[in-house]
Design a protein around this ligand. Sequence first.
Ligand SMILES: Cc1cc2nc3c(=O)[nH]c(=O)nc-3n(C[C@H](O)[C@H](O)[C@H](O)COP(=O)(O)OP(=O)(O)OC[C@H]3O[C@@H](n4cnc5c(N)ncnc54)[C@H](O)[C@@H]3O)c2cc1C
Length: 377
Amino acid sequence: MHTPVTIIGAGLGGLVLARVLHVHGIPATVHEAEPSPTARSQGGMLDIHEENGQLALEEAGLTDAFRELVLEGREAIRILDRDANVLLERPDDGSGGRPEVQRGELRQLLLDSLPAGTVRWGHKATGVRALGGGRHEVSFADGGTVVTELLVGADGAWSRVRPLLSDAVPAYIGRSFVETWLYDADVRHPAAAKTVGGGSLLALAPGRGIQAHREKGGTLHTYLALSEPQEWFAAVDFTDGAAALARIAREFDGWAPELTALITESDTAPVLRPLSGLPAGHRWDRVPGVTLLGDAAHLSGPNGEGANLAMLDGAELGKALAAHPGRTEAALAEYERAMFPRGTEAALDGDRLHEWMFGADAPHALVAAFRQEDERA
Ligand SMILES: Cc1cc2nc3c(=O)[nH]c(=O)nc-3n(C[C@H](O)[C@H](O)[C@H](O)COP(=O)(O)OP(=O)(O)OC[C@H]3O[C@@H](n4cnc5c(N)ncnc54)[C@H](O)[C@@H]3O)c2cc1C
């Protein structure tokens, strides 16, 4: 079986690529490991930035549909210390360039924008092989194979396509998130809801933090950040939700109760998310017929840019392919030339942000950074 563009992974990056190719009349097939679009809840809210995510959606011809998904008021942000003193507050006056949407709704918008059958669900890539002349064979867990003249790894952090280009593997960044959810919070968890406010809250101290967002329908979704080695988390029994919540809450002993309520009042068992990154500056020499985008290319610790960058990569790659018909290598070289520095810059920005958020001077360093940004504006 031959397909012109074979994309591995139906995350936001792979889907934007497929959509932009479609807009330009170039057929693509997306192979996705998950069995269906609803197999997994897609995570929480994403703020979509003017300078990358929104550009990508414009290129995909989906700006108006995207605007309909925006959750009003969610760009509000407040930074607190562990005693719940508000150190900085920015209301959402509608003028910000980073509107928030539910990730699952954005993914569905992209899926709905593709011709039926573009995404092959339940197609987990298990191996890739160079056949020479820029052609590659991809093997799938179900025993099938595909041979393609253009293979794109949009398969995230643990990409199966990446080894064709690079030996790099993600490394643990020394911090994990633990997620909790409080539902119908204004009614059932009023103190926590009031503390979070209309958008997001960052309560920070050196080495730890509580990052909560008000999602659709009064849900408070919280990432508890802890700078601990993976062995530390391995010693917490996450199969016993109540015990795990209690263990994590102990790390926030002495914090204001309206903050710790985001842990102790969780309506769900906590979910552990170890955080990994590729080396900043990850790049490769051009290999005919294959490239990477998004986390597969430049995974970094969470910096609020990963999904935005993945979408921009997808749009830029699609545009480059459309601009160089029959000259795939020229298109890939042009795409990679801009993508490498973009990924590196975001990773370095992320390192700086993490130092402000979790370093010795947290949360004041982050507040100072926000104030400097205000002065520059
Ligand atoms: C806790 C957390 C919070 C985050 N918050 C934000 C945020 O607020 N804003 C932001 O911009 N970014 C955020 N990020 C980063 C963001 O989630 C990623 O950077 C983004 O999802 C990358 O998109 P992608 O399309 O490259 O990869 P992914 O979203 O990882 O998609 C990859 C797809 O490939 C599929 N796949 C994987 N392996 C295979 C295989 N072998 N065969 C076939 N399919 C496969 C997967 O099932 C998946 O559908 C966050 C990350 C984490 C961990």
